[in-house]
Structure formats: C-alpha cells, structure tokens
Design a protein around this ligand. Sequence first.
Ligand SMILES: [Zn+2]
Length: 94
Amino acid sequence: MRMETDLKEGRCKSCNEPIFWIKTKKGNWLPVNRRPMEVYPVQKGGHTFVLVDGSTEQALPVERMRYDGIDSVVAFEAHFATCPFADDFRKKKR
Ligand SMILES: [Zn+2]
C-alpha cells in the first residue's frame, strides 16, 4: 500500500512518548500517536484524528461507538488528545 502521507518520527517534547509528526492537507505538522486506530467520523464531540491522506477528521474510536451504517476509517489520533501534558499544548497556542 502506498502511503502518501508525510510522516516523521519523533517524540513528544512534554511526555517523551514516541509519536509521528504528520503533515495535514493544510500544511501543518501535527503530532499524532503512532498506533493507527479504527474510528468513526462524528459531527460533534469527537477528537481530532488525521487520516493517512493528511485530512483531519473529528472522530471517535469504534469501541466507544455503537453506530450502524457508518464506515469506519483508519486514522491517527492527535497526540494532544491523550498526552498527560496536554495543558502544555494549550499554553503554547497563546
Ligand atoms: Zn505527550
């Protein structure tokens, strides 16, 4: 399978977890967790995920959802959703 995604290996500067930097379609580099997850896109209340084509999606892991008729996608979860030092990310945005 051909991956068109721009991926760079790295580590989170806050918690030192191994992550990927993934280039989104908007041209930003976003830190994501290395383990791809199967997720359902949702309109509200989801976390930020990045698909392998670089598009971002609000989604939830399939194990937390009970939807029928929605195709799940494989995506990387934005690391700041799970980082124990996520507050650092928010502070830096100021
Ligand atoms: Zn982290």
